[in-house]
Design a protein around this ligand. Structure first.
Ligand code: ATP
Ligand code: MG
Length: 315
């Protein structure tokens, strides 16, 4: 079972409008509601891959109840930690040309007691989990060391941890030796404090994260592909994705593919790349199902093209 933790989930509402016009009353041509959050995306992709998953998330108020209901309707088990604040609602306005305007709410501030209850909920389910994927930013009220505490507790319970976050929560958690971290290029550059221009720069930065405590680094480099840097080697995987529609959630799909494929080695990297390439061909943050994957289009090599310049070098 793959357990996911989403500390700041959302109820995502998407409205399609002919044109977004400031200061006008717009009539939506369609509207939908989805459960949102990076761990939630991972759970959806894991479920789509046919693996068991449990989504642990703090939920509050009517939007929180809806998030749980929508997830369960998709067949995803939910361990909800009730919180006093109301789960945030995020708004997306989609136009026919593909432009997407988003308004993301901050979300509730968790109390110290709620922060502990959330850790306890993860620990209560850790024994059943092969992997615990902790994804996204922390809500107000959770200290930057919260993920570090989670890694320590999950390791005590014998579970492996994959962490997809950035900034101080990532750096603090590295000291607890997470099994996998999944930064994108920008997050990797920020973590080491220097820009990435080439694939070799990304390999070096991933090595630095390992020196700081990460056991394995799965670095996603957007259109360029992904790097897997472990104690036993470095691999580079890529796949051409024609017809790119939306890269939102491609990293989440990649992490889900990696974990569902066992969470180690070049085969899992190939699965991660296949999931990323499939995710960008799908609209919004729709997660790929097995029929969306094209494993034959993926190449994985230990002969890493270190001098290749990234399509989008980081600032
Ligand atoms: N334009 C693209 N063409 C082909 N593959 C892509 C493209 N963009 C992304 N991918 C695939 O998806 C993976 C994840 O993308 P990216 O590095 O942008 O993740 P991310 O920034 O963490 O995304 P998110 O946090 O929104 O899920 C890439 O490593 C790559 O395998
Ligand atoms: Mg990401």
């Amino acid at each position: 079972m793959i357990l996911t933790v989403t500390p700041n989930p959302s109820l995502d509402r998407t409205y399609e409008v002919p044109t977004l016009m400031r200061g006008e009353v717009l009539r939506a041509t369609s509207d939908r509601m989805d459960p949102g959050g990076k761990g939630v995306n991972v759970s959806r992709a894991v479920a789509a891959a046919g693996r068991d998953t449990l989504a642990v998330l703090p939920l509050g108020g009517a939007p929180g109840a809806l998030v749980a209901e929508l997830l369960r309707a998709e067949g995803i088990a939910v361990a909800a930690v009730p919180v006093a604040g109301q789960t945030r609602s995020n708004i997306s306005v989609a136009e026919p040309d593909g432009a997407l305007t988003k308004i993301n709410a901050t979300g509730p501030e968790l109390t110290a007691a709620e922060s502990e209850t959330l850790l306890d909920a993860v620990r209560a389910h850790s024994a059943d989990a092969d992997w615990i994927a902790c994804c996204g930013s922390l809500p107000r009220g959770l200290a930057p060391r919260w993920y570090a505490a989670l890694v320590a507790r999950a390791h005590e319970a014998g579970a492996r941890i994959a962490l997809d976050t950035s900034g101080p929560p990532l750096l603090a958690a590295l000291r607890e030796r997470p099994d996998v971290v999944k930064p994108n290029a920008e997050e990797l550059a920020a973590a080491v404090g220097r820009p990435l221009r080439t694939i070799g720069d990304a390999v070096a930065a991933a090595g630095d994260l390992r020196a700081l405590g990460a056991r394995t680094v799965l670095a996603s480099l957007g259109a360029d592909g992904q790097l897997l840097v472990t104690g036993s080697g470095v691999w580079f995987g890529s796949a051409e994705a024609d017809a790119v529609r939306s890269n939102v959630g491609a990293g989440d799909a990649s992490l889900a593919g990696f974990l569902a494929a066992g969470g180690e080695g070049p085969e899992a990297l190939a699965a991660a790349v296949a999931h990323g390439a499939a995710a960008v061909r799908l609209p919004g943050s729709v997660m790929p199902t097995p029929s969306d994957l094209d494993p034959a289009a993926v190449t994985v090599t230990a002969d890493v093209p270190l001098d290749r310049v990234l399509t989008e070098p980081t600032p």
